[in-house]
Design a protein around this ligand. Sequence first.
Ligand code: NAP
Length: 457
Amino acid sequence: MAYQTINPYTNEVEKTFENTTDEELEQTLATAHQLYLGWRKHNDLEERKQVILNLGHILRERREEYATIMTKDMGKLIGEAEGEVDLCASFCDYYVAHADKFLAPDIIATTSGRAKVIKQSLGTLVAVEPWNFPFYQIARVFIPNFIVGNPMILKDASNCPASAQAFADAVKEAGAPEGSLTNLFLSYDQVNKAIADKRVAGVCLTGSERGGATVAKEAGANLKKNTMELGGNDAFIILDDADWDLVAKVAPVARLYNAGQVCTSSKRFIVLEKDYDRFLEIMKDAFSKVKMGDPLDPSTTLAPLSSKKAKDKLQGQVDLAVKNGAKVYYGNKPVDLEGQFFMPTILTDITPDNPIFDTEMFGPVASVYKVKSEEEAIELANNSSYGLGNTVFSKDYDHAERVAAKIETGMSWINAGWASLPELPFGGVKNSGYGRELSSYGIDEFMNKHLIYEARQ
Ligand code: NAP
């Protein structure tokens, strides 16, 4: 497998990276394990907090440089890439501020004696990460685990190697000891080999169901703790009492941000019959106003997709949807630009027997569904293999919350599109995976909750 930056706007190969050898993998495992043992002995939490503070400074200082690397790797809009660097810096602030609290022992109430749970690191982790948020995805797992004292070996997506290396270099520059985060250009076999290695304690993956199932199988076979952050087919439900000015402002962005390549993008818009035409007009109006072009140009509003492969896959999915009865309300025409652009598209009339009904479309394609009632909206939202997030619009917060609680997902956003902040747990249920990242829940995943107990004599 080739690790290459192929700029999806110019289609030029910007850089190719050498694959990691087995010897380099072995060396990395040995270094990371020694680091883990050293941290277990000396703790060094204060030093690790300082490194993360330094990392936050470096990210803020060089945000443009890092944003440009991401844009060239996978095509995202430069403004969105800069926002991503800022978000990663905010993770640094958050975990440094809360480290002592998250790692403090829990005293267990028991009348049988005395008991406490101390929080300890587990060992070296393997992180397998995707390309859609090249810095954010790494930051989400690296920062909390570094605070805990779990070294990390990173296998990032083969189409954003420059971003992964830049993040790892920033960590080194921040003063992290060797082995803290090592970015390797691994084959799938080498990932399996690393997971099976005795010195590795766990694996976290963000990616597709296909990638997740394979890695989880290997982790299971080797009894390694793992977390899976997988795809989504998030519903956007507009209730009878929604604020339509807000819907008009939020809905198009909830689909088109990052060119629609977000696990939690709103993908299925569920609208009451009486509002259906109005909603379609709103989406068409917004979709027809996008400006495609150079993602490094701040005036561009829709970026190319990340690769030719991603564009071909999405086109295949739209074609399949249409072949099975879906109607194209807007879009689905070729874009006269060299890069991997996909015209924003609105599909309607997708029936449950359409193979695309239960498939994630990773790009600027909105599926719009008409329902007769709120109950039908909830039923439709839950008729999915996925369970990542959903969005509910209502002027009455309690009403929206009641509906949100009925949707089988790990996250619900009310009167807003999807969001990710350091203090909010991120993750899903069903085929969207298991485990949580960010917040106190995220730092907890790869921690040994070690009980110390003395029974009353
Ligand atoms: P993907 O193909 O599964 O790739 C993700 C990562 O897994 C890449 O580093 C990939 O490496 C690696 N990988 C895939 N198969 C593997 C295997 N058998 N062994 C070892 N590594 C393997 O996913 P993607 O299509 O690039 O990413 C988009 C998906 O991620 C979407 O479904 C999206 O919804 C999901 N996602 C979920 C979240 C969340 O938090 N739930 C967040 C972001 C994205 P290569 O690049 O070398 O193939």
